[in-house]
Design a protein. Structure first.
Length: 240
């Protein structure tokens, strides 16, 4: 029986499992896996492994890609945000915000995933009395995140862009206003944004709905390429 390593902090949904089984065309075992134990498990079970499916933040996805080292296909979940029409408390600020559901629409196969970052506290910034921090996210900054940002980078004025971003080129009029940029974007968009920013630091926040804010990381390099795999599961089953 072939195995797929499911590398995620959340369980697999039924339509995702069904899609993977159809792609395999054979009996399939989904084996939940932590990134830290991946190398050991690949050594033990490599002949049975069909692919690795990663549903993790970008740096950990890059770690999985490096570990796979071309031996196994690495996929990650492609999803579409759908508005429910309801308001819910933001897990960042606690303030009401629009609720969205993520609908599974297929898989992307990673062709390249090369990410290098360091803690924002290690940034070497020139002296300044105040900086503009462009925040690309529909979530407002939580107070712990803002406090940590100012501890790392000094006083900042936050300029938030909360609208959906279809093309990072649409941000070009805003980028010259920013001394620092923070973004919550899909991997390839982060890669494109890093190219547009040049020397302007691009920050990523380590946070999760379960654990809250952790710290700010600076993306030093970010090169991500992928291909969207053909859809197999009927559209009506993509409801997660």
């Amino acid at each position: 029986m072939k195995e797929i390593f499911w590398i995620s902090h959340s369980p697999i949904h039924q339509e995702e499992y069904q899609d993977l089984c159809q792609r395999s065309g054979a009996p399939l075992l989904i084996r939940p896996m932590e990134p830290e134990s991946l190398e050991e498990q690949l050594h033990l079970r490599g002949s049975r492994v069909e692919s690795l499916v990663v549903n993790l933040p970008l740096p950990k996805a890059a770690q999985v890609f490096r570990t796979a080292a071309g031996r196994f296909p690495v996929l990650f979940r492609a999803s579409q945000r759908i508005a429910t029409g309801r308001k819910v408390p933001s897990y960042c600020s606690g303030l009401p915000e629009d609720e969205y559901e993520k609908r599974f629409v297929g898989w992307r196969r990673l062709l390249r995933c090369d990410v290098e970052e360091l803690p924002a506290a290690q940034l070497s910034l020139p002296p300044a009395s105040g900086r503009v921090f462009l925040w690309l996210s529909r979530h407002q900054l939580s107070q712990p995140a803002l406090d940590a940002l100012q501890a790392d980078c000094g006083p900042v004025t936050v300029l938030q862009y909360p609208l959906p971003i279809r093309d990072v080129a649409d941000l070009l009029p805003l980028l010259p206003m920013a001394d620092l940029v923070g973004a919550v974007l899909p991997p390839q968009m982060l890669s494109q944004l890093k190219l547009l920013l040049g020397d302007t630091p691009l920050l990523r926040s380590d946070f999760s709905p379960q654990d809250g804010f952790h710290r700010w990381q600076t993306l030093l390099s970010c090169s991500v390429e992928y291909e969207l795999l053909p859809q197999l599961v009927p559209e009506q089953l993509h409801t997660a």
